[in-house]
Design a protein around this ligand. Structure first.
Ligand code: GLP
Length: 242
């Protein structure tokens, strides 16, 4: 079941998502969170940091698994998702670094890394709450259109549209990696609960398709309709085509 929570702005989306995560972490001090990168969740992460400072919500026993990482970028590279997560969130919480997992896209045997990531996640008991953004083409994590719904953590070739969309974080488009490691669709679907965030007119088409009929591998996020516990927190602009 997909529940739509309509909010007015990016700020309200961020507050709603953060409040939800904070409640979860306060109820389950050893919760496992699935986290996303991109600009969408940044406001949410800011609020988690503020709340940690003011209200002392603790992440000492929390574990996190990120959705994806570029291939070829080490954690010291400011464009890597590991670096992003450290600087935007982890460095500002009392979370233990060894409990924050992001796929490593620099290892020699990347297939082995995919298998390890998937089994670490399983051994941990899976994800309690997964945060998702959505790509313009319906991708979740880096699962581009056409990815089998049965996929687990794997290596992907990024769609041209994704490379273009993400080029804004790099000096030139040539610097954007063309491949990534991502949790698969089946990995994501095994999360016990999912929050998908969307803000702004640029996401209006994607949200319209998401809310429309059908579940289809050409629009990866459509699988979420088959998940028992998904909340879509979207602002008016993101819902403007729906
Ligand atoms: C990236 C990430 C996704 C993210 C999406 C949207 O490609 N791999 O996890 O949801 O783009 O990004 P943004 O939130 O910046 O629009």
């Amino acid at each position: 079941m997909m529940e739509i929570i309509k909010v007015t702005s990016y700020e309200e989306m961020s507050k709603t998502a953060a409040d939800y995560i904070i409640r979860k972490v306060r109820q389950h001090r050893d919760a496992t969170l699935g986290l996303a990168t991109g600009s969408t969740p940044v406001g949410t992460y800011k609020r988690l940091i503020e709340d940690h400072r003011c209200n002392k919500t603790s992440y000492k026993n929390v574990t996190t698994f990120n959705l994806d990482e570029y291939i070829g970028l080490s954690g010291e590279n400011p464009q890597s998702y590991r670096y992003f997560m450290d600087s935007v969130l982890f460095n500002h919480l009392d979370i233990q670094k060894e409990n924050t997992f992001v796929p490593n896209g620099t290892l020699e045997d990347l297939r082995e890394e995919c298998r390890n990531y998937e089994s670490k996640l399983k051994n941990h008991g899976g994800i309690d709450l997964q945060i998702l953004g959505i790509g313009n083409n319906g991708h979740i994590g880096f699962n581009e259109p056409g990815t089998p719904f049965s996929s687990i953590t794997h290596i992907v070739d990024l769609a041209d549209s994704t490379i273009k969309a993400n080029a804004r974080f790099f000096n030139t488009i040539e610097e954007v990696p063309t491949q990534a490691i991502t949790m698969g669709i089946s990995t994501i679907m095994q999360s016990r609960e999912i929050l998908l965030l969307a803000s702004g007119e640029a996401k209006a088409d994607a949200i319209q398709k998401l809310l429309g009929n059908g579940v289809n591998e050409h629009f990866p996020a459509s699988i979420l309709k088959n998940h028992p516990n998904v909340k879509v927190i979207a602002d008016e602009a993101a819902l403007s085509a729906s």
